[in-house]
Write a protein that binds this ligand. Structure first.
Ligand SMILES: Cc1cc2nc3c(=O)[nH]c(=O)nc-3n(C[C@H](O)[C@H](O)[C@H](O)COP(=O)(O)OP(=O)(O)OC[C@H]3O[C@@H](n4cnc5c(N)ncnc54)[C@H](O)[C@@H]3O)c2cc1C
Length: 539
């Protein structure tokens, strides 16, 4: 055993080690899923699963455009570890739990499970998330949903390009972004020409960022005669032949390297319309809403894994005669990170709970605004948290084997896809203008914490003033969204969080008794209690 080198963080249960998650699972009505999440937490802490995560990233997917005889195949080959990760994710229903078991708390249960399992590896969450998210959009076209839903909601991971009806399970992706624009999808140039009856079209054009191209089918936006429309495009046609979906190349990405993201060419590819012609954005937004929830969950998961690693490392490493976790300045950094992580976990579970209560009008209004606010803020915070947690490890954190470099490269992604930061902030403004009820529902939720902490009360009063001010709305959008996010997190924490965490959050994020980097909490904070709550107990 090397002197003063911490033991690896392994053989622990990620669920048992996560008090904020356990509390939230119960609060959001998903206690029935405890055994499943617990099982996943145990598996996620094993050396075997951790190795899968490293292997899937050390051996990224490879494109095979042609077979040995020169025929186009447009396939991507993955390392076996990728398939193991996918098997576990699909086997635990992370792609379909609420559609398989539409009971109260199902989205919350799935959120908790997705958050736990993503800590092992983030990249494979992409097709898992897109498959989960495709179902509500598919339901806009009931006969398509009747055909596809039974196949995409099984617990079988059945990779390979074959006709979907012959498979034990199928996955979905989405292709919206084009070379000339991803945020402004209305500029899409892919053409859809109607053929036959029943909404069949042939699609021609290019998509610039199409992830997980080995999925069985894609929801694609294209210009039909009646305007931008959503289509279902299978990779294999009903007669068993390949659709004309050609993979030009795979992106060489900053992170998310286990996952393939492709540039694709659609050459009169067969597709069938989903939802109304000319209402493509409205149809696919059902999918985007669910993948946005997963961006929040993904960010929470990155933060949690980073905090788990940092609190573990510093509890076993000494400098200047003391454990790092006993050095007052390090404790301040760790507590600050833990506060951010807990605030995010609590918010993520509250949001997932709102998805469960979608039939309640108030909850639906709350979700409309809170989702965009949370997507903006938690994705931004993940970047700062992971970077600072990496530094807690010193040089060891800069080395691949520590997992921190992988978390660091993954962190900016959630803020880019499904609406980059600015676009998300502008979406908050859009919701406020078009659905003013969502503002009222948001404020009511924050007010539920009123009277419990004076700093929250003041932040709420400030927020109301900000919301009432219509001037320079676009210029102020990020400022307003930030304030909304921390007010909501503060309200959730004073009601449901650990009291020491809630106090530290209100003092720093709401009361302004804070600096510009992590580790600047005021001295009255209960540092040790906070850090110990977040440190995974290992044997
Ligand atoms: C790893 C990865 C995987 C992806 N997978 C998929 C996929 O599977 N399917 C898919 O369709 N897409 C995918 N994308 C694409 C992603 O959704 C787009 O990159 C994203 O929507 C932004 O579009 P863009 O890249 O064209 O940037 P642009 O639209 O050019 O935006 C550039 C910047 O300008 C900002 N901006 C845009 N409009 C405004 C405005 N009005 N005011 C102020 N600022 C503005 C944006 O916030 C952004 O920061 C993926 C991206 C990544 C990184």
């Amino acid at each position: 055993m090397s002197f003063n080198q911490p033991p690896p963080l392994v053989d622990y249960n990620l669920y048992d080690a996560d008090a904020p998650l356990r509390e939230a699972l119960e609060r959001e009505g998903a206690a029935w899923a405890q055994d499943m999440v617990h099982d996943l937490g145990r598996l996620a802490g094993t050396q075997e699963a951790i190795d899968w995560g490293f292997q899937a990233n050390a051996h990224p997917p490879e494109l095979r455009t042609h077979d040995r005889f020169g025929n186009r195949i447009d396939e991507v080959e993955f390392h076996p570890a990728w398939h193991r990760l996918m098997e576990v994710a699909i086997g635990h229903g992370l792609h379909a739990l609420p559609w398989r078991e539409p009971r109260p708390g199902a989205h919350a249960a799935r959120a908790a499970a997705f958050y736990i399992w993503s800590q092992v590896e983030g990249g494979h969450g992409c097709p898992v998330s897109m498959t989960y998210a495709a179902v509500p959009a598919l339901r806009r076209q009931p006969e398509l949903a009747a055909h596809w839903e039974p196949i995409v909601t099984t617990l079988d991971y059945d990779p390979g390009l074959r006709e979907a009806a012959t498979k034990r399970g199928a996955l979905f992706g989405m292709a919206m972004t084009e070379r000339q624009g991803g945020s402004d999808v209305r500029t899409n140039t892919t053409r859809a020409v109607p053929v036959g009856t029943g909404g069949e079209h042939l699609l021609t054009g290019q998509k610039w960022f199409c992830s997980a191209p080995m999925c069985d089918a894609f929801l694609v936006l294209a210009q039909a005669p009646g305007g931008l429309t959503c289509f279902l495009l299978p990779r294999v046609l009903p007669d068993g032949t390949r659709n004309r979906f050609h993979i030009e190349r795979l992106k060489d990405k900053l992170g998310n390297r286990s996952n393939a993201s492709a540039e694709i060419e659609l050459d009169s590819a067969w597709a069938v319309m989903v939802g109304e012609e000319g209402r493509g954005v409205r149809t696919i937004i059902e999918m985007v809403n669910h993948t946005r929830l997963d961006c929040v969950i993904g960010s929470a998961s990155l933060m949690r894994q980073a905090v788990a690693q940092a609190t573990h490392h510093t509890a076993h490493r000494s400098a200047f005669g003391k454990l790092l976790s006993e050095q007052p300045l390090m404790v301040n950094v760790l507590a600050d990170l833990a506060v951010e992580s807990e605030a995010t976990t609590v918010l993520m579970m509250r949001l997932a709970g709102a998805f469960d209560k979608a039939s309640d009008t108030e909850e639906a209004h709350f979700r409309r605004l809170a989702l965009a606010v949370a997507k903006y803020w938690t994705c931004k915070r993940a970047i700062a948290v992971v970077a600072e947690a990496l530094e807690c490890h010193g040089g060891n954190g800069y080395v691949e084997e520590s997992i921190l470099p992988r978390l660091y490269r993954e962190a900016p992604l959630n803020s880019i896809w499904e609406g980059s930061g600015n676009v998300n902030a502008l979406d908050v403004l859009r919701a406020m203008t078009r659905e003013p009820e969502s503002v009222a529902a948001f404020v009511v939720e924050v007010e539920r914490g009123q009277g419990l902490d004076v700093r929250l009360d003041r932040a709420l009063a400030d927020l109301k003033r900000e919301l009432a001010n219509p001037s320079d709305a676009e210029t102020r959008a990020r400022r307003v969204v930030e304030r909304m996010a921390v007010a909501l997190q503060g309200s959730l924490l004073v009601r449901y969080g650990d009291p020491a965490v809630a106090d530290a959050f209100c003092a720093s994020r709401l009361g302004g008794d804070w600096g510009h980097s992590m580790g600047t909490l005021p001295p009255a904070v209960k540092f040790t209690a906070i850090v110990e709550r977040h440190r995974p107990a290992t044997n």
